[in-house]
Design a binder for this molecule. Structure first.
Ligand code: AMP
Length: 424
C-alpha cells in the first residue's frame, strides 16, 4: 500500500480558510504599519551562514538551519528579521533615510522541537525605528504596537513596560556585585511563571546574600517608572495609547541581553503567554554589522496572534466582503455570465465565475455553499431576455429574481444585515 506524502514535522500547509484568516490579519497589520509611516523591507530566505551564525548565542545557533549549496557556499535560512536587517543597514547605510523605520513580515526557520504553538517555519511581524535615541521613537513604537492588536480586535491587550536601566539600577542598589547582574536578571525573568519564593531560592543558589535578595524584592515592590520611561509613556498617551493599556511592570526583564532601555511585552488578561515584545537596543546593530545605529522596535509572533483571533472568533471579521459565485446556466448564456463577473469585479465585488459550462446548477450551488460564498448569481434564458440577473443570498436562502444589474450591484454592496426582503 502506498502512503500519502506528508509535510515535514514543524512545517504547515494553510488550507484556504486558514490562509484567508492569515491574509486578513496580515493586511490589517500592513495597513497599520503604513499608517504609522513604516515602509516595507524584505530580505532573502537564504543568507551566508557567516551573516547569521554567532549572533544569537550558542543555544540559538544550534537552531539555525544551515547547509552547503551546490556552489560549495555555506548558507543558512533566516532565523529572525533583526540580523538580516542589521546586514541591510550596514550594506545600504548611505542610501537609506535615517531615522529609518521599516516593517517586515516574513517567515523564519528554526530547527526547534515542534509542539503546539512552536513550529519550524513561522512568521514574525517586526517594526523598528533605526537611528533615533529620542523617547519619541520609543513612544511611536509603543503606539504602533498597541494599534496593531486593537485594530485586529484585541481591544483588551495590555502592554507591560519597564526600563532595563532602572532594573540594573535596582539590582545595583540592593548591593549585588556587578558580575552577577545579568544572572540575577535571568532569575527575575522567571517571576511570571514561578513563585517569588522559588526565584528567591534560585538567587540563594547563585550565592546572592540573603540580605541583598530581601533588599532587591523590597525595591522592586516600591519601584516607580524611571524618568526616561515616564517621558516615553507620556508621549505614547499623546499618541492615543490609553493609560490603562500600558502597565508598568518592574519585574519585566525580557530574556535577551541586548536591550538597553525601554522593554515591553503584550499580554491578554486571560493569563496566556506573550504575543510579542520588544524594546530599545542601542548597541546591537553596531555589534552585528559594524554600523553603530541606535534602534527600538518589536517582533510580533504572527502565528500565535492569528490563533488567538481564531479562538475569539475574530479572524474572519476584518474586511469580510460578500463574495459571489456567478453560475453558468448553459452554453447560450455563458458569455453574459462572464460579462457579469467582469462588471462585478470592476465594481470591487469579489466574484468567481464557475469554470465549467456543462455542470448542473445544483452542483454549482453546492460548490458555492462549500466554498463559503455569500451570494450566487444566475443568468438563464429569462434573465438573458430581460437583461437582468437573479441573485440568491445563500445564508438566508433569500432570492432576488430578475434584477437589473445596477440593482443587483447595490444589493451586493449592502451590509448583510441591511439586505432587503426577497423580490420576485
Ligand atoms: P523571538 O525572536 O524568539 O523573540 O520570538 C518572537 C516571537 O515569535 C515570540 O513572541 C513568539 O510568539 C514567536 N515564536 C518564537 N518561536 C516560535 C516558534 N518556534 N513557533 C512559532 N512562533 C514562535
Amino acid at each position: 500500500m502506498s502512503t500519502l506524502p506528508q509535510t515535514l514535522k514543524g512545517f504547515r500547509d494553510f488550507l484556504p480558510q486558514e490562509a484567508a484568516d492569515r491574509e486578513r490579519a496580515m493586511q490589517t497589520m500592513r495597513s497599520v504599519f503604513v499608517r504609522h509611516g513604516f515602509v516595507p523591507l524584505e530580505t532573502p530566505t537564504l543568507e551566508y551562514k557567516a551573516t547569521i551564525m554567532g549572533k544569537y548565542g550558542e543555544e540559538a545557533d544550534k537552531l539555525v538551519y544551515s547547509f552547503t549549496d551546490h556552489g560549495g557556499r555555506d548558507v543558512a535560512l533566516r532565523y529572525d528579521q533583526t540580523v538580516p536587517t542589521a546586514r541591510v543597514i550596514a550594506q545600504y547605510r548611505q542610501e537609506l533615510p535615517f531615522p529609518f523605520r521599516r516593517y517586515q513580515i516574513q517567515n523564519v526557520f528554526r530547527a526547534d522541537k515542534p509542539q503546539k504553538g512552536r513550529y519550524r517555519e513561522f512568521t514574525q511581524a517586526d517594526a523598528d525605528i533605526f537611528g533615533s535615541t529620542d523617547p519619541l521613537a520609543d513612544a511611536e513604537i509603543l503606539s504602533v504596537f498597541w494599534r496593531i492588536y486593537t485594530t485586529l480586535g484585541l481591544t483588551d491587550i495590555q502592554i507591560l513596560v519597564n526600563d532595563r536601566q532602572s532594573l540594573f539600577q535596582l539590582v545595583n542598589d540592593s548591593g549585588i556585585e556587578q558580575a552577577k547582574h545579568f544572572s540575577v536578571l535571568q532569575s527575575l525573568d522567571k517571576l511570571d511563571k514561578q513563585t517569588k519564593e522559588s526565584v528567591q531560592r534560585e538567587l540563594l543558589l547563585k550565592e546572592i546574600p540573603e540580605a541583598a535578595i530581601v533588599r532587591l524584592f523590597n525595591l522592586l515592590e516600591t519601584a516607580k517608572p524611571s524618568d526616561s520611561l515616564a517621558q516615553i509613556l507620556a508621549v505614547a498617551e499623546e499618541l492615543g495609547v490609553p493609560k490603562n493599556a500600558l502597565v508598568f511592570s518592574p519585574t519585566l526583564v525580557r530574556g535577551l541581553d541586548y536591550y538597553t532601555g525601554l522593554i515591553f511585552e503584550s499580554k491578554l488578561p486571560d493569563g496566556s503567554g506573550s504575543l510579542g515584545g520588544g524594546g530599545r537596543y542601542d548597541s546591537l546593530i553596531g555589534q552585528l554589522s559594524g554600523a553603530d545605529v541606535p534602534a527600538v522596535g518589536f517582533g510580533i509572533g504572527f502565528d500565535r496572534t492569528v490563533e488567538v483571533l481564531q479562538e475569539r472568533g475574530l479572524a474572519g471579521q476584518a474586511a469580510q466582503s460578500s463574495s459571489i459565485l456567478v453560475t453558468i446556466f448553459d452554453e447560450n448564456t455563458k458569455a453574459l455570465s462572464a460579462k457579469l463577473a467582469a462588471v462585478l469585479r470592476e465594481r470591487g465585488i469579489n466574484a468567481e465565475l464557475y469554470p465549467e459550462s456543462n455542470e448542473k446548477i445544483g452542483k454549482q450551488l453546492k460548490y458555492a455553499n462549500r466554498s463559503g460564498k455569500t451570494f450566487v448569481a444566475l443568468i438563464g434564458s429569462d434573465e438573458a431576455q430581460s437583461k437582468t440577473v437573479t441573485l440568491k443570498h445563500l445564508p438566508s436562502g433569500t432570492q432576488y429574481t430578475q434584477l437589473p444589474v445596477e440593482e443587483a450591484i447595490s444589493i451586493l454592496c449592502l451590509p448583510i444585515k441591511d439586505l432587503p426582503p426577497a423580490v420576485s
